[in-house]
Design a protein around this ligand. Structure first.
Ligand SMILES: [Zn+2]
Length: 65
């Protein structure tokens, strides 16, 4: 199997934006649906969400200064 990006049914590349709530509404639905069916992407989602929640512990104002 080749990993052809244009043909990839998985949503890993969208998870960062999904976690940050940066996806368009029409992209969110398919991502959420895929996460419910795909164990691999669901696991990747947990990892991304964890990383984001760690970042959220940082003070945004500190990062901007
Ligand atoms: Zn998947």
């Amino acid at each position: 199997m080749t990993a052809d990006r244009g043909d990839d049914p998985h949503v890993r590349h969208l998870l960062g934006a999904y976690v940050l709530d940066a996806l368009e509404a029409e992209e969110c639905g398919p991502v959420a649906g895929h996460l419910q069916q795909c164990e691999a992407c669901a696991a990747a989602y947990v990892e991304v969400a964890d990383a984001v929640s760690l970042l959220a512990l940082l003070n945004v104002d500190d990062l901007l200064e």
